[in-house]
Design a binder for this molecule. Structure first.
Ligand code: RP5
Length: 162
């Protein structure tokens, strides 16, 4: 447990870590204190609710939830907190992650989940979006994001094709 965590990253299974390590790596790159845990909406429902319900009181500002298949984790997380919740659909074992995408993104009105792309791109972008949210009140993080965008653009502009 990281007592200073501003972001909690939940995933439904250890098998999601292969993808969600990119969320953790990106948050670490920006120096954002965070905590990653395996918690499942259907395999550990009580523990998931307990963990999410305590987030606001701990000073957490954003939650990221990743799941595959019938990917209801992000929706369940969002049901138990008013903190912003970002969902990352995992590619899963069937349907190339389309099942996870629809399960995560199609929240009925009233309980929002900001859903990112399937897989690695979504895992990375969830971290970048969380940093942008934190950046609203933290000028140093906003500056880091601007520097990241500049570096990204410079790399593209230097590309040479054989
Ligand atoms: C979901 O089921 C997890 O998020 C994972 O993406 C998927 C498969 O889990 P395992 O069977 O690999 O544990 O709950």
């Amino acid at each position: 447990m990281n007592e200073n965590a501003l972001i909690l990253v939940l995933m439904g299974s250890k098998s999601d870590w292969e993808t969600m390590k990119y969320t953790s790596q990106t948050l670490a790159q920006f120096g954002v204190p965070h905590e990653c845990r395996v918690l499942s909406a259907h395999r550990t429902p009580a523990e998931t609710v307990e963990y999410v319900s305590a987030a606001e009181g701990r000073g957490v500002e954003v939650l990221i939830a990743a799941a595959g298949g019938a990917a209801h984790l992000a929706g369940v997380v969002a049901a138990h907190t008013v903190l912003p919740v970002l969902g990352v659909p995992m590619k899963g074992w069937a349907l190339d992650g389309l099942d996870s995408l629809l399960s995560t993104v199609q929240m009925p009105g009233g309980i929002p989940v900001g859903t990112l792309a399937i897989g690695k791109a979504g895992a990375t972008n969830a971290a970048l979006l969380a940093v942008a949210i934190l950046g609203n009140k933290r000028p140093e993080l906003r500056e880091k994001l601007k520097a990241f965008r500049r570096e990204q653009a410079a790399k593209i502009l230097q590309e040479k094709l054989e």
